[in-house]
Design a protein around this ligand. Structure first.
Ligand code: ISE
Length: 352
C-alpha cells in the first residue's frame, strides 16, 4: 500500500492540470486539510473557502495561497472554477452539503460522519447511485495511517492465521461539558466502527454498548466512557473503549487478535523527554499531529483518484452509511441496555 501511495504522490506531482478544491468549514480540521493541500499535494490547489464565521475562513485563506472566501457554501460547490469539494463543517451539515455536491456532479471528500441520521445517509446512497458515478468519499483517515496500514498488511498476509477479534482504544483529553453518549457515538466512535470493519474485513451484525459518567461533577446525563461490543460476520468480534475525558491526552490503538498471533498499532514516539524527575514520551493532546501523515496520504490518494490514477482507496458512501447504521444501533443499545441488531440494506452492486 505504501508503495502505491508513493507512486500516487509522484503521479499527482507530475500532473499538468491542477484540481481546484473548494473547502467548506475552516475549523481545526478544515484548516489542516487546506494547509496540507496547499503545501504538500501536487496537482491540486485551494480554490475557495467557506465558513459560517467569515473571519475564520479569511484566516485559513491566508495560510493557503489567499484563495477567495465565499459567503455561501452552495455557491462554492456550484462555482464553475471549483472541481471538487472537501467538507469539514459541523457534523449535522455533512449530508446536505454532500447531496449538493452529488447534485452538482462534483467529487467530494466529506469528513466523518457522512450523516447524523440513517435517513440522511440513505439519501446520499440513493443520490450517488442515481448519478451513476462514485463521487462521494468519506474521511475515515485511519485507513491511511501507516500504523493501521501495517497491521492490515501483516494480518491480511495470512501469516497470523484468520483475524478473530478487533480491540480498540480511543481516548480524548477532554470534551464539552455535558456531552451525551449519542454524540460520542456519532462524532468519535465512527472511526472505531470503520477501523474494525476495515481491518477485519467483516460487517457488524449486532452491538452491545454500556456507558458511564467518569466524574460526579459532570452533567447527570453525561456518558463519557463507553464500552462497545460488536458481533460481526464470519464469527468475528470487536470491542472498543471510547473515553473522551481521560485528562492526559489523545490516544488511539487497534489490535487484531488472530488465530496464531496479534498485531497492534504503535504510535511513533517522537522524542524521549527528561524533565522534573521524569523520563518518558509525550502524549499529544489532540488528533491533528498524530494523524498528520494519514491526512496527507488521504489527500494524495483522493487527488490522485481525481487525476484518474486509481480509484480512491479510502471509505465510500457505502462505508459512511454502514457507520451510521452501526452508530444508530449503538445509541439504541446504550439507551435500552439490549443487544441490538444492525439491519443493513443489501449492498448495491454499484458499491461492490
Ligand atoms: C474528532 O472529530 C476526531 O476525528 C478524533 O479522531 C476523535 O478522537 C474526536 O473525538 C473527534 O471529535
Amino acid at each position: 500500500m505504501f508503495y502505491k501511495l508513493e507512486r500516487l504522490h509522484m503521479e499527482t506531482k507530475v500532473a499538468t492540470q491542477s484540481i481546484s478544491v473548494g473547502l467548506i468549514g475552516t475549523g481545526g480540521m478544515g484548516t489542516r486539510h487546506a494547509v496540507n493541500l496547499h503545501r504538500f499535494i501536487g496537482g491540486a490547489r485551494v480554490a475557495g473557502l467557506y465558513d459560517l464565521d467569515r473571519n475564520r475562513a479569511v484566516q485559513a485563506a491566508g495560510q493557503c495561497g489567499s484563495a477567495p472566501v465565499f459567503d455561501d457554501p452552495i455557491r462554492l460547490i456550484e462555482d464553475e472554477s471549483v472541481d471538487a469539494i472537501i467538507i469539514a463543517s459541523p457534523d449535522d451539515t455533512h449530508a446536505n452539503l454532500t447531496l449538493a455536491c452529488v447534485k452538482a456532479g462534483k467529487p467530494v471528500l466529506c469528513e466523518k460522519p457522512l450523516a447524523t441520521s440513517v435517513e440522511d445517509a440513505v439519501k446520499v446512497l440513493k443520490a450517488e447511485t442515481a448519478l451513476g458515478r462514485k463521487v462521494v468519499s468519506v474521511g475515515f483517515m485511519r485507513r491511511f495511517d501507516p500504523q493501521h496500514a501495517a497491521v492490515k498488511e501483516i494480518t491480511a498476509s495470512g501469516e497470523l492465521g484468520r483475524p478473530l477479534l478487533w480491540k480498540g482504544v480511543h481516548r480524548n483529553a477532554s470534551v464539552a461539558f455535558g456531552i451525551t453518549g449519542a454524540t460520542i457515538l456519532t462524532n468519535s466512535a465512527g472511526h472505531d466502527f470503520d477501523s474494525a470493519r476495515w481491518l477485519l474485513g467483516e460487517e457488524v451484525q449486532e452491538v452491545y454498548v454500556r456507558g458511564l459518567r467518569s466524574r460526579a461533577e459532570l452533567h447527570p446525563d453525561t456518558k463519557d466512557l463507553l464500552l462497545i461490543e460488536m458481533f460481526m460476520t464470519n464469527n468475528c468480534m470487536a470491542t472498543a473503549e471510547v473515553y473522551v475525558n481521560d485528562d492526559y491526552g489523545y490516544e488511539v490503538s487497534a489490535e487484531l487478535v488472530c488465530q496464531r498471533g496479534t498485531a497492534i498499532t504503535q504510535q511513533p514516539d517522537k522524542a524521549l523527554v527528561r524533565a522534573r524527575a521524569h523520563r518518558g514520551f509525550l502524549v499529544p493532546y489532540d488528533w491533528l499531529s498524530p494523524f498528520q501523515s494519514a491526512y496527507v496520504a488521504e489527500l494524495v490518494d483522493w487527488i490522485g483518484s481525481l487525476h484518474g490514477a486509481e480509484p480512491f482507496h479510502g471509505a465510500t458512501a457505502w462505508d459512511g452509511y454502514v457507520t451510521m447504521m452501526v452508530t444508530a444501533a449503538c445509541i439504541q443499545s446504550l439507551n435500552t441496555g439490549a443487544v441490538t441488531p444492525v439491519n443493513l440494506i443489501e449492498k448495491p452492486d454499484f458499491y461492490r
